[in-house]
Design a protein around this ligand. Sequence first.
Ligand code: PGA
Ligand code: ZN
Length: 425
Amino acid sequence: AISRVVAREIIDSRGNPTVEVDVELRDGSLGRAAVPSGASTGAREAVELRDGDPARYHGKGVRRAVDAVNEAVADAVVGLDAEDQATVDHTMIELDGTATKSRLGANALLGVSLATAKAAAAAHRLPLYRYVGGVDARLLPVPMMNIVNGGAHADNPLDFQEFMIAPVGAATFAEAVRMGSEVFHTLRESLLAAGHSVNVGDEGGFAPDLRTADEALDFVVRAIEESGYKPGTDITLVMDPATSEFFHDGVYDYAGEGVRRSPAEHADYLATLVDRYPVASIEDAMAEDDHDGWRDLTARLGDRCQLTGDDVFCTNETLLRAGIRDGIANSVLVKVNQIGTLTETLATVSTAHRAGYTVVMSHRSGETEDTTIADLAVATGCGQIKTGSLSRADRTAKYNQLVRIEQELGTQARYAGRTALGLRS
Ligand code: PGA
Ligand code: ZN
């Protein structure tokens, strides 16, 4: 049973405060979890509680969420069985009492939820992926590595937020990391040679002064080839344009490029990118409020491209069900802090899988050294993880944890490969 719950304010990869929670059990087992934070957040995400006190951390302090954990939440969950994750999570949801977790904060609840699972795993002397996923948890995800950053994650003019590589042709996860690292460094050299900056953005990818997606994709494709790999076969391209950020008054406003596109023109543009480049997956191809656009694009591109919903679903099972009913997307991005508890996260994953939607486990642009999502990717067998570039320890920590898991699983381990993205094998 849970004997102690302690929260504190720590800082994340952007130097902003976030919540860390320790959960201790009567037998002495300890679980610790830190909460991530987004920059291009969905409007329907669970609420991240911030103090708004301008005298501390520019208003971004999380003392109220920390206090909520140390007082009300601790009172409610101490004595509960840590193995009964659903009861712990629902106790907190009821205590909060709001639909968006705005009273105690989703950042408060998530820290306790994940730390509880980790404490229970420790009590069983099991790694987290095995405790949550059971004996069949042995599928290592394809990493989607974000090597060019734009949008809200960098101060360059690129309208699209993320350009990623997915080494689907690797034999193992460790090999996928090596392939990604080689392409990352090749890209660095070619950006330098072209006179671009190779400083990195929030997720560790380069943030060169490029204007169009075509320019970025050309650089990435060339880096794949120059590293000795075949684009589309060994390594496919993935994009997250994060379009909710630049959809205003019914128009997709490409400010960096200096072009405004109607939903139909925007869809045409995405279709030409899929025709011209080996793009296997696009996340938030349409904006969270453009339901017609989402439906049209899914009908048009859904059979040849993975279309992943991030802002449009917010890891929320109810929103996902509505999207499945309406023919929106064919894949869901899963971010634990968008919904705020492990139980609800796992429910969203199950609903997606039952509907034939693929699932991508994901970090946030604000991260910490916490590697829980690496274990959750293996636990759910979702086959894909998006956790940034091949630089910045907040990103590489997740890849390194997956390397450890793969080694520990030994001959049992399987690498998800092409089929994880719905590509033909
Ligand atoms: P965020 O962005 O973590 O800044 O919200 C990530 C994404 O849009 O996928
Ligand atoms: Zn996204």
